[in-house]
Ligand binder design. Structure first.
Ligand SMILES: *Cc1c(COP(=O)(O)O)cnc(C)c1O
Length: 350
């Protein structure tokens, strides 16, 4: 692993599940994919991926995107008019990392406070109350699992409640499901049970599922045409895109079932860190993300990340005193054990 990055071969790379490399099956599928011109009259492998993902999520159609960011953006442009309000949890990716898209969407992004990645339902109700705003709220966004909250899972009932509030107020629901298969695995439900409570659902193929790139936006048939037009306007129309979609098909068909392994390695990482480095405050993960609070060690996250990297453990400083560690298919239990030893040694000032 890591042949194609500037990190040492032996590095234990916990920066993100996006560092995963294509599997042998993906390379094989890429080499043999049927291809067409997706900008002209459709690439057959991209169409197959779109249909397979839509079916898995219980939606009528799917649109393949170069990234989940673009899938979210195109959805907001189709579902919200200029000057409409888009609601999202305050730490969500759409609000925290993507609201710069307002230069294109013209929408008014409004954050809703809430714990563990879940918007507070009373605050959401207030925000949806049309008497309180002169602008129309067009879209409510959910994120499951929730990245910044540490891979936390929104239960099905919570999603149903949000959808009911949104629909009663005439707003559509979008699920930023970049890691929704992790959520479904944690809950032990089919992904469609989560997707049911959103009109549109974006899933990332290039995170824990291991494809090199791409995301699919699953949606009602009535929206697919406008979503495709918006994708083209954003420069997201590609030609022999089946090259990438072929790997995405392998991801959807054969990588979903193994995500539980990443949850086990994350649980192991968390348990061992809590035992071996008690000065760190370590989250108990539901899925594949562990957040490590370094504030009691007197060293900020940046310093920790630099020191860990010196010993071959790569993590992401997430905020001043928090590190994010993500498990994925290249991280096995012995990597976790080794990483914990490095953490423990640094915590003891060695
Ligand atoms: C990674 C991520 C995205 C963006 O995905 P890209 O494919 O990198 O654009 C969006 N939302 C969430 C929750 C994510 O974790």
């Amino acid at each position: 692993m890591n042949q194609n990055t500037n990190v040492p071969n032996h590095a234990i790379d916990l920066r993100s599940d996006t560092v995963t490399l294509p599997t042998a099956d993906m390379y094989e599928a890429i080499a043999t994919a049927r291809l067409g011109d997706d900008g002209l009259d459709a690439d057959p492998t991209a169409r197959e991926l779109e249909a397979a993902t839509a079916e898995l999520l219980g939606k009528e159609d799917g649109v393949y995107f170069p990234s989940c960011t673009m899938a979210n953006l195109a959805t907001i442009m189709v579902q919200a008019a200029r000057h409409d309000i888009v609601l999202a949890q305050e730490d969500s990716h759409i609000y925290g990392a993507e609201r710069g898209g307002a230069v294109l969407t013209g929408a008014f992004y409004q954050p809703i406070r809430g714990e563990c990645g879940a918007m507070d339902l009373d605050l959401l109700s207030d925000a949806l109350d049309s008497r309180r705003s002169k602008l129309r709220t067009a879209l409510v966004c959910l994120e499951n699992t929730h990245n910044s909250a540490g891979g936390t899972v929104l239960p099905v009932e919570y999603m149903r409640d949000v959808a009911a509030l949104a629909r009663a107020a005439g707003a559509a629901v979008h699920l930023d499901g970049a890691r929704m298969f992790n959520a479904a695995a944690y809950l032990g439900v089919p992904a469609s049970a989560l997707a049911e409570h959103a009109d549109t659902v974006a899933v990332c193929l290039s995170k824990g599922l291991g494809a090199p790139m791409g995301a699919v936006l699953a949606c009602p048939a009535a929206l697919a045409g406008r979503i495709r037009t918006m994708r083209r306007a954003l420069g997201g129309g590609q030609r022999q895109v089946g090259i990438a979609a072929a790997a995405g098909l392998v991801a959807i068909r054969s990588m979903v079932a193994r995500l539980g392994e990443d949850h086990e390695t994350a649980a192991r990482l968390s348990a061992q860190l809590r035992e071996q480095a008690p000065a760190l405050r370590v989250s108990v993960p539901q899925t594949n993300i562990v957040m490590v609070d370094t504030s009691q060690t007197g060293r900020p996250a940046q310093q920790w990340a630099a020191d860990l990297a010196q010993s071959g453990v790569l993590v992401r400083p997430w905020s001043r005193n928090v590190l994010r560690c993500v498990t994925h298919r290249h991280i096995v239990s012995t990597d976790v054990d080794q990483a914990c030893q490095v953490f423990a040694a640094l915590a003891q000032g060695r």
